[in-house]
Ligand binder design. Structure first.
Ligand SMILES: [Zn+2]
Length: 242
């Protein structure tokens, strides 16, 4: 049984490859700097056109190694059927209170896939609920200080961009570890993920290069937040001028 240890950063995804695509670089950067990072996949991705649940689980574990994750958990919500209900919120609240991250990551709230939109909303709901003292009173309440949103099929102007150039091979390897989704072996069904120009892989690489170019590096990942980012020590920002 998976032991959920305390982590610094917890990323939520609807499907086992979402975090890799939207925030795999950030996860790898933070893991390499010694922070504890983990992923919760809401579903096992069993509705994907390619790959069995067992294959997808194995691929997710391999991808986790490329990113340096401390642990990864699948919540087992049915793929394509993610609802904003109290059962799902409570199971996410329990995880937040157990692993008490400083930062949580969620998919951006606008996307072509309803599962991504609902996951975004579920993270927002569970983030709030985790701080409510009278909810599950046997667990110490905890509301993570920060929520950042990563981009999947749609993006907005990012509030900030993280330089992921040094870990780009890790990100790419983590994404490609989901071979049933991004590989194009004979016999695979052609999908938005694995086929042709404009595929998700193309989109990811182009966007990472574009966001990188906006801050003068090779590859970058953009993020946004729902409110202003608090900067308690302005000196922390001076690094960008260095
Ligand atoms: Zn997805």
């Amino acid at each position: 049984m998976l032991i959920i240890i305390k982590v610094d950063i917890l990323a939520f995804g609807a499907h086992p490859d979402d975090v890799e695509v939207g925030a795999g670089g950030l996860m790898a950067v933070l893991a390499q700097r010694g922070l504890k990072v983990a992923v919760v996949d809401l579903t096992g991705g069993e509705m994907a056109s390619n790959g069995s649940p067992e294959e997808r689980n194995r691929e997710a574990q391999r991808a986790s190694e490329h990113l340096g994750l401390s642990w990864r958990k699948c919540l087992g919500i049915p793929d394509g059927n993610i609802h904003i209900n109290s059962e799902n919120i409570l199971s996410m609240v329990k995880i937040l209170r157990e692993c008490r991250p400083t930062l949580i990551l969620a998919p951006y709230w606008d996307d072509r896939h309803p599962d991504h939109i609902n996951t975004s909303r579920l993270v927002q709901e569970s983030h709030f609920s985790a701080g409510l003292r009278k909810l599950l009173p046997d667990m110490e309440p905890y509301r993570p200080p920060q929520v950042w949103y990563y981009f999947l099929s749609k993006a907005a102007e990012p509030k900030f961009i993280v330089d992921i150039s040094d870990v780009y091979n890790n990100k790419r390897s983590a994404v490609l570890a989901h071979e049933t989704q991004f590989g194009n072996k004979a016999g695979r069904v052609e999908t938005f993920l694995n086929y042709g120009p404009g595929s998700l892989l193309d989109l990811m690489e182009s966007r990472d290069r574009y966001f990188g170019s906006l801050i003068g590096v090779l590859h970058g990942e953009g993020f946004t937040t729902k409110g202003p980012l608090a900067l308690r020590n302005p000196l922390n920002l001076l690094e960008v001028f260095g």
